[in-house]
Design a binder for this molecule. Structure first.
Ligand SMILES: [Zn+2]
Ligand SMILES: [Zn+2]
Length: 178
């Protein structure tokens, strides 16, 4: 079974392929590109930014105090032979994440079962995934949060590059004097 090269979720079927890498969806694919751009950021600087994000305000509810991380919520819905799975990462505090995961359990428990065979097989899988995500203790070092920060930095770098190209800005280092 392949794992998403960005978020690490196991891909049961479907997904997006890019060379040897597979991603669960387009969002993860785009995020993977930004991460590769951010590889030029020094690791110490990155550590600092990851820590600041973790102890900072929740981007969803605006409160600080509950650790900010990338939390996953897993959903499934089915209609006869059609079954749709999704595992959505979201940056928030732990208490916002718990609410979202409870919502995903209610959603999947109501709408997941109605397909054969994948609805019957997949619904308990997604529900268990949510419960184990809720039970997991916040980690001190979260690879997903690190990736999220890399994505934000990579986006900034991409914007700067695009701006520099459109304005044809002079290079930052002046040419040596004759
Ligand atoms: Zn993914
Ligand atoms: Zn929150």
């Amino acid at each position: 079974m392949a794992n998403c090269a960005y978020c690490g979720t196991s891909i049961l079927f479907g997904g997006v392929s890019d060379g040897p890498r597979r991603y669960c969806n387009n969002d993860c694919h785009v995020a993977g590109y930004f991460v590769s751009l951010a590889s030029q950021i020094p690791p110490a600087k990155l550590d600092e930014m990851v820590h600041a994000t973790r102890v900072g305000q929740c981007p969803k509810c605006g409160k600080a105090g509950s650790p900010v991380d990338v939390y996953m919520a897993h959903r499934i819905w089915s209609a006869l032979i059609l079954t749709s799975w999704s595992s959505q990462p979201e940056v928030s505090c732990k208490s916002c994440a718990t609410k979202r995961q409870l919502g995903a359990i209610a959603f999947s428990g109501t709408l997941g079962w109605w397909g054969f065979p994948w609805g019957l097989i997949g619904t308990p899988v997604q529900i268990i995934r949510n419960f184990s995500a809720m039970a997991a203790k916040p980690k001190r070092d979260s690879p997903l949060l690190r990736k999220h920060v890399q994505v934000v930095l990579g986006q900034r770098l991409a914007e700067n590059l695009a701006m520099a190209e459109s304005q044809q800005v002079q290079p930052a280092v002046p040419p040596p004097l004759p």
